[in-house]
Design a protein around this ligand. Structure first.
Ligand SMILES: Nc1ncnc2c1ncn2[C@@H]1O[C@H](COP(=O)(O)OP(=O)(O)O)[C@@H](O)[C@H]1O
Length: 296
């Protein structure tokens, strides 16, 4: 199996479970359909050109291999989940895989909990193993394509991924720093249904230098209100450490994809009502949503 040997060569550690063929399907120019348009990547990699549009227009029958990057609290999970529903591809969050592993109380759980609750990253070996298992399970169910959220988080992980697949788009979500901490601290999960909410109301006043920003809280329905819990790693000192680690280890991943012409910078203008349509527009998906609403 070519993918297995490619991945084995690209890693110096032993990976018990290898990223399977689901992510080996290379996206080549021959798979572009007549609906696909490609422009010079430099125009949408330019960080001064905020929210430049993704020049890729989705064609029918084409797998999506996308990555979401962004600081803790930026909303990767929220927007990746929405896009996965819209495009009918799995949303794979390594943070969720880690939390599932913790909930399963496996033999590695105490070690994983200690690392996650201190705001540090797990080893590449542990995370690649969790991701490989998830991809294998998806492949067995006939899944194809994915929106990855939370992986890669180090240049090493990006290199491992690059060794087995061409990622066709990396969306880097950006939000003003003063909002990130508040959004993490406001996150709540319903312990019964697993719904995600946010009790933070972000109201940043504008001044001569920058405009104001308002993000309404995403409050739970009455039946969830008394069952809300917070993630153990959403404590202030741990969030600050996660933001520091992002700058140190994940920021270089933005550069990695920027150099390859794959990075789409997207500045979130506010909450979901303002940001979602603009994100769809930047991704060239406005028509896609119209098509879906018409079909519904
Ligand atoms: N790709 C990864 N590499 C290493 N550790 C990871 C990775 N993805 C998730 N984790 C671990 O799981 C934790 C929670 O991940 P996630 O929910 O994505 O957090 P965040 O809200 O900070 O983006 C991380 O702080 C880290 O400890």
């Amino acid at each position: 199996m070519a993918v297995v040997s490619r991945l084995a060569r690209s890693t110096t550690f032993k990976i018990s479970s290898l990223i399977p063929t689901i992510i080996s399907r290379k996206f080549t120019s021959s798979s572009l359909t007549s609906e696909t348009t490609l422009h010079s990547p430099s125009s949408w990699n330019d960080t001064s050109n905020n929210n430049g549009r993704n020049p890729l227009k989705l064609g029918k029958g084409r797998d999506v291999h996308w990555v979401f990057l962004g600081c803790p609290g930026v909303g990767k999970g929220t927007y990746a989940t929405r896009l996965s529903k819209l495009l009918d591809v799995p949303h794979i969050s390594t943070g969720d895989l880690v939390r599932d592993e913790l909930a399963s109380s496996g033999s590695l759980s105490p070690k994983i909990a200690e690392i996650v609750n201190s705001g540090k990253l797990l080893s590449d070996e542990i995370i690649v193993d969790l991701l490989s298992k998830r991809l294998e399970a998806g492949e067995a169910k006939g899944e194809s394509g994915f929106i990855l959220d939370g992986f890669p988080r180090t240049v090493r992980q990006a290199e491992i991924l690059e060794g087995v697949i061409d990622i066709d788009l990396v969306v880097n979500l950006k939000l003003r720093e003063e909002a990130l901490l508040a959004k993490c601290l406001g996150r709540r999960i319903c312990s019964q249904c697993g719904g995600n909410y946010n009790v933070a109301c972000i109201d940043i006043k504008g001044d001569d230098e920058s405009p104001g920003m308002y993000m309404a809280p995403l409050l739970p329905p009455a039946e969830c209100a008394s069952k809300l819990i917070s993630r153990a790693d959403d404590k202030e000192e741990v969030v600050r450490e996660r933001l520091r680690i992002y700058d140190e280890l994940t920021r270089p991943v933005e550069e990695f994809y920027c150099k390859r012409g794959k990075l789409l910078q997207f500045d979130l203008p506010g909450g979901i009502p303002e940001s979602w349509p603009k994100l769809l527009h930047a991704l060239n998906l406005d028509d896609h949503e119209d098509d879906q609403s018409a079909a519904a």
